[in-house]
Design a protein around this ligand. Structure first.
Ligand code: SF4
Ligand code: SF4
Length: 180
């Protein structure tokens, strides 16, 4: 993601400002392999789910040219995890590389310690974007049922991560930043 845009998302999350996403299909280009800047097509469910899992995003306005398109977007509500999952598609984009970057996709779950790696990593990134840990981020982190300090460094999550994220290092960092 563009670093400036990433900062905007993180600032909104920190201040509790909800973002509404428009054009989550890139005007339709992301659904077409020939037009997609990534060089591969995504599905409607993958586009919506990616947008909804970005920091601070509260809702998506899915444009439609027809009732059929509208119903296809609406079907996201009933789609299962596998249909929404964008991780494998993103990892295999021929023109964009996401290796090493956590996409908050939760593909690494379940963690035997029940840690939500995606949430912990998201809060870690929010904290790292500031000089000190913002109070709102600290509060949100505290509300997680399990924390980075519970990580036993088993590495199972890393075998499932399509983006090659060093999760164990991130858990150690989060423990250091948040204290538990
Ligand atoms: S560590 Fe990997 S699998 Fe887990 S949320 Fe981040 S990108 Fe997804
Ligand atoms: S390395 Fe830590 S976060 Fe990853 S699965 Fe093991 S306990 Fe969970």
């Amino acid at each position: 993601m563009d670093p400036e845009r990433q900062r905007l998302y993180e600032t909104c999350q920190r201040l509790g400002v909800g973002i509404t996403v428009m054009k989550c299909f890139g005007g339709g280009d992301l659904l077409d392999a020939k037009l997609s800047p990534a060089g591969a097509a995504l599905t409607v469910n993958q586009c919506i789910h990616y947008a909804l899992t970005r920091p601070a995003v509260a809702t998506v306005l899915a444009g439609a040219h027809s009732a059929e398109q509208f119903l296809t977007s609406l079907a996201y509500e009933d789609a299962g995890d596998a249909e929404r999952d964008y991780a494998a598609a993103f990892a295999s984009f021929p023109r964009i590389r996401w290796q090493g970057h956590c996409m908050y996709c939760s593909h690494c779950a379940p963690c035997p310690q029940k840690i939500s790696v995606a949430d912990v990593t998201k809060f870690l990134h929010l904290a790292e974007a500031q000089k000190g840990v913002p109070e709102t981020v600290r509060e949100h982190y505290a509300l997680l049922p399990h924390h980075a300090g519970e990580c036993v460094q088993c590495g199972v999550c890393e075998t499932r991560c399509p983006f090659g994220v060093d999760v164990r290092a991130n858990m150690r960092k989060a423990k250091e930043v948040f204290g538990y």
